[in-house]
Ligand binder design. Structure first.
Ligand code: IPD
Ligand code: CA
Ligand code: CA
Length: 264
């Protein structure tokens, strides 16, 4: 199953890379304020779904642009973000990826994240570790928040939650060594798995932004949860990841900002 996901991710990567050579001719439309989709997102997604359903016609699909397809009653569900980091892609800023996960009875079992700009292929299978190309991945060992380089994403579709986020941003900036906002949540999670970022947090995410990356981080020895450290990150759309020591320190700062603790 992982091999099929890799084939699909590489195919989508080819479509994205070809399109990146002629960005002026890409048709962009708005899903909502500051939330864009291109014909490339859609073509990449269609190619992925075709490869997956040809191999596994009885599986279910949840994909960002086309929603649910395949067999809805299946125990197996593929979760697809065909192009994570669309805004970066549109601007030619080389930080975006394809993200594909497979869940069995709601447990993520396989994950592929492919960065076509670097030809970096991240893979993980539950219980068998996470890999970048052929190299086994481990999260970083840095254990003091004051030394940590963290990734984040901030509210951009609507400005809702911006005031609270800016307060959090200020607190976290003071507490850690530095913060980055690269712009593709799935790739940010892969970079935590690879030990390049010590941790990551973001809220307002969809399942397809987090599904593959969450397995990548746990298989690299990291922890994944919501801002309080509990496991229901997918339901809340907020994610915090890092090694065990940083996780606890991040939770101290993030917890008051968790959906669990904020009345909307
Ligand atoms: C977005 C990126 C971005 C994150 C957003 C996501 P998209 O995904 O991951 O970094 O901040 O919340 O929606 O729309 O480019 O697939
Ligand atoms: Ca995304
Ligand atoms: Ca996307």
């Amino acid at each position: 199953m992982l091999n099929t996901a890799v084939k699909a991710a590489r195919r989508a990567g080819q479509i994205i890379t070809r399109a990146s050579l002629d960005l002026d001719h890409i048709q962009v439309s708005k899903k909502q304020h500051n939330d864009f989709v291109t014909e490339v997102d859609k073509a990449a997604e269609a190619a992925i779904i075709e490869i997956l359903l040809t191999a596994y016609p009885k599986h279910a699909i949840l994909a960002e642009e086309s929603g649910h397809s395949g067999q809805s009653c299946s125990d197996y569900q593929w979760i697809i973000d065909p192009l994570d980091g669309t805004t970066n892609f549109i601007h030619g800023f080389p930080y975006y990826c394809v993200s594909i996960a497979l869940a069995h009875k709601d447990v993520i079992m396989q994950a592929v994240i492919y960065d076509p700009t670097r030809n970096d292929l991240y893979t993980a299978s539950r219980g068998s570790g996470a890999y970048l190309n052929d190299r086994r991945l481990r999260v970083a060992r840095r254990d003091r928040l004051a030394d940590a380089l963290l990734g984040t994403g901030f509210p951009f579709r609507d400005q809702q939650g911006m005031d609270a986020y800016l307060k959090l941003f200020g607190q976290m900036t003071e507490a850690c060594a530095s913060l980055r906002r690269p712009g593709a949540a799935a790739l940010d999670l892969a970079n935590v798995a690879a030990g390049r970022l010590d941790g990551f947090f973001e809220q307002g995410l969809h399942f397809w932004d987090m599904a593959a990356g969450s397995l990548m981080v746990t298989e690299a020895g990291g922890l994944v949860g919501n801002y309080t450290g509990d496991t229901d990150f997918a339901e809340l759309g907020e994610i915090m990841v890092g090694n065990a020591k940083l996780y606890a320190q991040m939770a101290q700062i993030l917890s008051p900002y968790s959906k669990v603790n904020v009345k909307s």
